[in-house]
Ligand binder design. Structure first.
Ligand SMILES: Nc1ncnc2c1ncn2[C@@H]1O[C@H](COP(=O)(O)OP(=O)(O)OP(=O)(O)O)[C@@H](O)[C@H]1O
Length: 264
């Protein structure tokens, strides 16, 4: 399902935090949002899953203005993992994942056998089958993150909106998640801090700086070193992954100069 940001502007507390953002995401495309802290990634995503109405401009999903459909109707098509996704409730992993079916339920209808299978598939995809009956309260940060990802998958959305989904995940689960996203066939809009994960995962990358779109292109072009310098203020070296051919970005930490260097 196609996603369009059409001149989306968000003003908050007297500041423009998203500034005339225009993006056209093709159906089935995986698009990454990257940018420094505070560049407007989460705010743009909130407009897409309907938690925030743009000050001006329109976000459309499948041609329909997100601001004109109810949250519940939007949730049948768009599932979100936010940085705020959490619960203090003593629910089991299975119960949280089953909540993903809520936008599709009417009245007190129970889950059908097919829906129970959908939830099980989501648990399996996020490597949670061994934790199904555990309370989410006692889970580690990464396990919890995978539970909320599974809940989003259980929604069977056509569009997945993910804000830093790899937070707390170990390397194996990061790779598993991003490989899943690449192959899931849904439209995915994902905010990522790790530029190399963005390069390996996304068909195109949107680079935000100060709420404005600085580039929207395939990873090799979007993650070029001059732009990284301008937008992030970081010196980077670009290489090609020897096995996959994906562009990869290397950084060198600044080191304190040694006394020998200082005197030479
Ligand atoms: N409710 C709010 N009221 C006022 N300002 C806000 C509010 N929410 C966000 N902002 C500001 O909007 C700007 C963009 O925030 P946003 O969370 O979209 O950035 P981000 O790119 O997702 O950052 P990060 O990488 O740190 O998650 C920030 O300067 C933030 O302080």
């Amino acid at each position: 399902m196609r996603v369009e940001f059409d001149a989306v502007t968000v003003r908050m507390a007297g500041r423009t935090v998203v500034d005339r953002l225009t993006l056209d995401v093709r159906s089935g495309e995986v698009v990454g949002l990257v940018g420094p802290n505070g560049s407007g990634k989460s705010t743009a995503l909130r407009c897409l899953f309907g938690a925030l109405r743009p000050t001006s401009g329109v976000v459309r999903v499948g041609g329909a203005d997100v601001a004109s459909v109810s949250l519940r109707d939007n949730a049948r098509r768009v599932a979100a993992l936010t940085q705020e996704s959490r619960t203090e409730l003593d629910f089991t992993v299975r119960e949280i994942v089953e909540l993903g079916r809520y936008p599709h339920l009417r009245g007190n209808r129970r889950l059908t056998a097919r829906e129970t299978e959908v939830c099980k598939d989501a648990l399996r995809a996020m490597d949670l089958l061994a934790l199904t009956e555990r309370s989410v309260v006692g889970l580690s940060g990464g396990e919890r993150q995978r539970v909320f990802l599974a809940r989003a998958l259980a929604q069977e959305p056509e569009v997945l909106v993910l804000d830093e989904p790899t937070n707390h995940l170990d390397v194996r689960h990061q790779i598993a998640l991003l490989s899943y996203l690449r192959g899931c066939g849904r439209t995915v809009v994902v905010a990522l801090h790790d530029l190399n994960l963005a390069a390996a995962t996304c068909d195109r990358v949107a680079v935000l700086g100060d709420g404005m779109l600085r580039e929207f292109a395939e990873p090799g072009l979007a993650l070029r070193t001059e732009l990284i310098r301008t937008v992030f203020g970081v010196e980077a070296t670009s290489i090609t992954h020897p096995a996959t051919g994906d562009p990869q970005v290397l950084y060198a930490l600044s080191r304190p100069s040694t006394s020998e260097e200082a005197t030479s």
